[in-house]
Design a protein around this ligand. Structure first.
Ligand SMILES: CC(C)(COP(=O)(O)OP(=O)(O)OC[C@H]1O[C@@H](n2cnc3c(N)ncnc32)[C@H](O)[C@@H]1OP(=O)(O)O)[C@@H](O)C(=O)NCCC(=O)NCCS
Length: 171
């Protein structure tokens, strides 16, 4: 649980970007996605200007359990983009993943437009069918085949082949 002052600063960052289109940020269910239990941030004074979050979860990949740091909430304040902060805050999160001996891989899904950003930060694109709980209807399972999935080798090496079941909502 984040201290209240940090929660407020993070809310401000997310609301600046998404309040108009997606409503207010809810740390327990950010826009329907899974919450983070680790938050990497960079601040300027009291203002959080960059964030990456992750949540540990054992997922199923081709019948094997893989402990991932499911990564989301990757956001740099609009006035601070293009100065290397995205890379820096991601490096903080990646260090936390490596330091956590339980974590095999970072894992995330994203838009095509930002794949290059993640690749410059050391993430690698994989191709697999992924199923997960819908972010809008909890009783529904969604399956996707083509959307970008990227992994980061934190402790593990060699992403296993096979279909992926996130065993919950995505990040
Ligand atoms: C994507 C985002 C986090 C990048 O942050 P940033 O601070 O501008 O990125 P950096 O300055 O650290 O850039 C690091 C590298 O990624 C590249 N990069 C940055 N934004 C990129 C983008 N949107 N697409 C592709 N490459 C990008 C940069 O060119 C740089 O590469 P280089 O070092 O080879 O020149 C930021 O643009 C953002 O918050 N966007 C809106 C939210 C979003 O789309 N988040 C991702 C959700 S999946």
């Amino acid at each position: 649980m984040l201290p209240a002052v940090q929660l407020t600063a993070l809310s401000d960052l997310f609301d600046t970007e998404y309040a108009e289109t997606h409503g207010r940020w809810n740390p327990d269910r950010p826009y329907g996605y899974s919450p983070a239990d680790v938050h990497a941030t960079i601040s300027s004074g009291a203002t959080v200007i960059a964030h990456v979050g992750f949540q540990r979860r054992s997922i199923d990949v081709g019948g094997h359990d893989v402990m991932v740091a499911g990564t989301g909430g990757v956001l740099v304040h609009p006035e601070w983009r293009g100065f290397g902060l995205g890379r820096r805050v991601m490096a903080l999160a990646q260090r936390a993943m490596r330091d956590d001996t339980a974590v095999d891989f970072g894992y995330l899904g994203c838009r095509e437009a930002v794949v290059a950003f993640y690749e410059t930060c050391g993430w690698r694109r994989i191709h697999a069918r992924e199923s997960h709980v819908s972010i809008s209807v909890a009783a529904e399972t969604m399956t996707s085949d083509g959307g970008p999935i990227l992994v980061y080798a934190a402790g593990g090496s060699g992403w296993p082949s096979g279909e992926i079941d996130l065993r919950g909502t995505p990040w």
